[in-house]
Design a protein. Structure first.
Length: 393
């Protein structure tokens, strides 16, 4: 069976990332400042947007193992195009919030299918594949978010029109370059292949897999504090919002540097679990730094530590999941990677807001440190107890 080329999969991931990054940075600002929607209602809208992403991720991953992935991703792209086309004409309240749900469904669907199709790339090392996909998606976010402010000033409809153009290119790539990807793309399933979809995952594999999934949810729950609550905390300390934005520029630069280093190291060194634990430790230490952060220098150090951990652990987890999942279940488990991550993104701002309201920012960072330390311990224990019994595929 013909394998999909990594360059075309990466191109699709990049275009999708740029297009979707036109949505999330402006949602709160547009709803609150332009449409006069309360922050509570905005939180509900964002929650359902993330919930839609969870649903799209799970369903897309499950169907990947049963149906033609090339067709599935085309449907997802068409769904995204439909949401953006409707947003051009209908971006008032409450239609905007409803269309964000459709947009979230297609975002989760497409992201999962891109990663699931990454299991079928003609590459020797799955870690390299997922690292490159993570890299180009982050590049897309950097470019997309940097354009949002300029284009938004000209009019919100222009953002949706640019997204439509990007997704039309993505659709063209999917139509011409993804035609032979996936288990079912070239011929109907025979009885043996159908049984692959019913493959039984060994219990030791399941223990490690769900430890990783729970870890992802906790990581993203805490990571979302940077996206949602840290900007308010820093401005309360008298630090200009522009300096908060600079931290994300630093984040993007370090991710690019780290991905180049990791791709180079993957040629000579291959130990997924060590890389994941190393990254998790750095993410944990970053929140320890935030406990004591009262001036800008601490936030810079915390962001450096966070980014090193993020770039090291996050793209390696789907690579390890791919190796732990039998044939016929790889799409399902890549879907679960995205579903658990999206769940963390959904509840992160809500949990953070409740803790801050009831206690303080410092208490939030202490809780995050404790939760992430527990994650490190659980990952280490689950691996040590099961490493000799797991089956790699």
């Amino acid at each position: 069976m013909k394998k999909i080329g990594l360059i075309w999969l990466a191109a699709g991931a990049f275009l999708s990332s740029v297009g979707m990054s036109f949505i999330w940075p402006l949602t709160s600002v547009y709803l609150h400042n332009d449409l006069g929607i309360s922050l509570t209602m905005i939180g509900i809208v964002l929650f359902f947007n993330s919930l839609a992403s969870v649903i799209g991720s799970y369903v897309g991953g499950a169907l990947f193992d049963r149906l033609n992935p090339a067709r599935l991703i085309r449907y997802g792209i068409l769904g995204a195009l439909l949401s953006f086309i409707l947003l051009v004409f209908f971006h008032g309240w409450p239609v905007f919030g409803i269309l964000l749900f459709l947009n979230g469904l297609s975002a989760g669907w497409n992201s999962t299918l891109v990663y699931a199709m990454g299991t079928n790339v003609d590459s020797k090392d799955s870690r390299r594949v997922f690292t490159i996909l993570y890299f180009v998606q982050n590049m897309g976010v950097v470019i997309g978010t940097s354009l949002v402010g300029f284009v938004y000033d000209a009019g919100i409809t222009y953002l949706f029109m640019i997204a439509i153009f990007l997704y039309l290119i993505f659709l063209l790539i999917a139509w011409t370059k993804y035609s032979s990807s996936g288990a079912n793309a070239t011929k109907p399933l025979n009885s043996d292949e159908k049984n692959k979809g019913k493959a039984v995952v060994p219990k030791p594999n399941l223990i490690v897999l769900f430890t990783l999934f729970i870890s992802l949810m906790i990581i993203w729950t805490m990571y979302q504090q940077w996206d949602s609550n840290l900007s308010v905390y820093m401005t309360d300390l008298g630090i200009p919002l522009s300096r908060y934005s600079l931290l994300w520029t630093l984040n993007a630069f370090l991710i690019m540097v780290m991905q180049v280093i990791i791709i180079w190291l993957s040629r000579y060194y291959e130990n997924y679990i060590v890389q994941i634990i190393f990254g998790l430790i750095f993410v944990t230490i970053s929140f320890v730094t935030l406990v004591f952060a009262h001036d800008y220098g601490y936030f810079v150090v915390a962001m450096i530590l966070l980014t090193i951990g993020e770039a090291t652990a996050i793209p390696t987890i789907p690579a390890l999941v791919n190796n732990l999942a039998p044939l016929g279940t790889k799409g399902l488990y890549q879907g679960l990677v995205n579903s658990w991550s999206s769940a963390g993104r959904a509840i992160g701002p809500l949990i953070g807001g409740i803790i801050i309201e009831k206690q303080s920012y410092t208490f939030l960072f202490e809780i995050a440190t404790l939760a992430l330390a527990i994650v490190v311990i659980l990952v280490v224990i689950s691996w040590l107890l099961n490493r000799k019994k797991i089956t790699m595929y």
